[in-house]
Write a protein that binds this ligand. Structure first.
Ligand SMILES: [Zn+2]
Length: 209
């Protein structure tokens, strides 16, 4: 079972001219009562983004849904929108605070919650031996965006400016989940391991005297 708050489901693109419920929500989002006028917007259907806990969708609890740009909505309404057959669904990963960590292909630039998470996770540049603080690094897409990489916790890593350029311009490659060991391969085929960011726990710091 998926714990409430640990995972959310977001339907994207819930919009159709003949779905009164979705249209009303679009009108709310756009601040207009002219529902008919937003049937398409610059040739694209407007989209409504709803975040709701999987457990609520399953009817196991009644946590409110979160309508992007509007706020909380009752669980029953969230379930009704979720039942809209014209909606496009994506399952998105959140941290325990409900902050989104996987934006898929919806945005190239990592949103701030993802940036904060990656910086806190990595602590330093993820090139072997580099100690440049993560907060002074770039957020790199391990699999490049133009090769269908995603803007997600599993594909974003901190690299300092020097090593970011090294990766993109000199033939170095890197594999591995950024929360775990990374394996870097040089242009000559040598491999190097880069361990994940590490936090000392009080047990590792010895007695307080
Ligand atoms: Zn570096």
């Amino acid at each position: 079972m998926i714990a409430a708050g640990a995972s959310s489901i977001v339907p994207l693109g819930v919009a159709s001219a003949d779905q009164r419920r979705a249209d009303a929500l679009v009108a709310l989002l756009l601040g207009t009562d002219e529902v008919d006028a937003v049937g398409s917007w610059q040739g694209r259907a407007p989209s409504v983004q709803l975040t709701v806990a999987a457990t609520t969708l399953l009817g196991l609890d009644d946590h409110p849904g979160e309508l992007d740009g509007y706020g909380p909505i009752p669980a029953a309404m969230a379930r009704a929108i979720a039942a809209d057959p014209t909606g496009t669904w994506r399952r998105l990963l959140t941290d325990n605070s409900g902050r989104l960590l996987d934006y898929g292909r919806t945005t190239y630039r990592p949103p701030q919650p993802l940036v904060d998470h990656v910086i806190a996770r990595d602590r330093t540049c993820r090139f072997p031996g580099c100690t440049r603080p993560a907060r002074r690094c770039h957020i790199d897409h391990q699999l490049p965006w133009n090769e269908h990489g995603t803007t997600a916790e599993c594909n974003c890593q901190c690299l300092c400016s020097r090593h970011h350029h090294l990766k993109h311009e000199t033939g170095w490659t890197v594999t591995g989940h950024p929360a775990d060991d990374l394996t870097w391969t040089s242009p000559t085929g040598h491999t190097y391991r880069a361990p994940p960011g590490h936090y000392d726990t009080p047990d590792h710091e010895g007695p307080p005297f």
